[in-house]
Write a protein that binds this ligand. Sequence first.
Ligand code: SF4
Length: 442
Amino acid sequence: MLTTIPYIILRVDLLVNIGRRGYIACIFFSINEGSFFLPLFAKIALGVVLGLRLDDPKEKLSLLSRGAEYDVLSPQGSFKKPTYPGICRVFARDGKCLSVLKTLFTNYCENHCAYCVNRAQNDMPRVTFGPEEFAKLAYDLYRKGAIDGIFLSSGVLKDPDHTMELMIRAVKILRNNYGFKGYLHLKVLPGASEDLMREAVTLADRVSLNIEFTEETSFKLFTPEKRIDGLLADTIKLSRIVREARERGFKGKVGQSTQIIVGATGESDLSVLKTSLWLYRELEVSRVYYSAYVKVNADAPSPLGPFFPSLRERRLYQADFLIRLYGFALEEILPQGKSFLDRDIDPKLSWALRNLHLFPLEVTKASYEELLRVPGIGPKSAKRIVEERGKVPLSLEVLKGFGVVVERARSFITIKGRYFGDRAFPSIKWERLEAGIQLSLL
Ligand code: SF4
């Protein structure tokens, strides 16, 4: 019997390619007499079906893209495109909508991070792409115009170097053999060797290594294999490699990003923003993404913090934008004694309400920097006001045309001395301002 089983499986495989998993499944079902009271042919059929399903690249992609759900590739989030598994729509900085294939290379993982669906102890179907298989699948989608770029992350198969080698092999085939010219965001696994990091930087448009948390206590609670020191050392190493690549003039735009989980532990917004500032200033990291903690494992700790992680994520993006693009200092956003951002109003409005002596601001005379501090006025609209105010008479309508969110700005400005805000200012209901269009995240 034991010689007949492999023979039958081999014959079946000649007819339909059931792959490695099909073999394993067939043998498992066939010899597992105790658990499955089925005739032999039914067990083999079961193995073939399972093998076919799991070895189908589209099936794999469907599983692996679900595993990459919590990897952030845009502050606005990504929107699923229903036509094919793993394809998301994201908005680039210039407002362009891009289709990106977002997936894991494998959902096998040696690690036990409590915030992750792919952790080792979770009982779930596990699959891995082969390098050629992934390259072919991704290139086919690119050639057909279904995707503009790829975001490739991964669990840890055996060890970080082994997994990175496979990912890099896939990406090399994609770039060198198929001539893929699209956008490529490649995750660098913590603990990967410097040589592999270097290869990743030469192949990708963006590399990212997640630092996950900002305090050691959070790591102890959530991930036995990761330590803040190790992750920061890897992040520093990667940023040096990225800087060297930029200095050599190699792909001047290669960027580095990272991701911080928000609301899983008691880490304050102050702690998160201080870390982000250090990453931007010292390591020249292009973007820090914030990811609201979602309890995906029943035995994982519940969210902690003053309010919902998803709202904290939004507030942190707003604060991050104010610091990077609007010239705010961290101390202005979180003054002495304040560790968390406000729940009910955004950080810019919060700052304006603490500094009412600076308002209302006369828009016909204010500088660009002063205009940027008005709730409802962003970099684009401030620039338009400064450029156009000598040429056209300003009014609320004209400001609206420049992109000002007038409902938010009217209580903080005057136009030629005329005030358009609520006379009860500043005791009006601020929620009404908050309900207007949020600070642009583009
Ligand atoms: S190492 Fe990555 S994939 Fe593995 S359990 Fe941790 S977060 Fe999940």
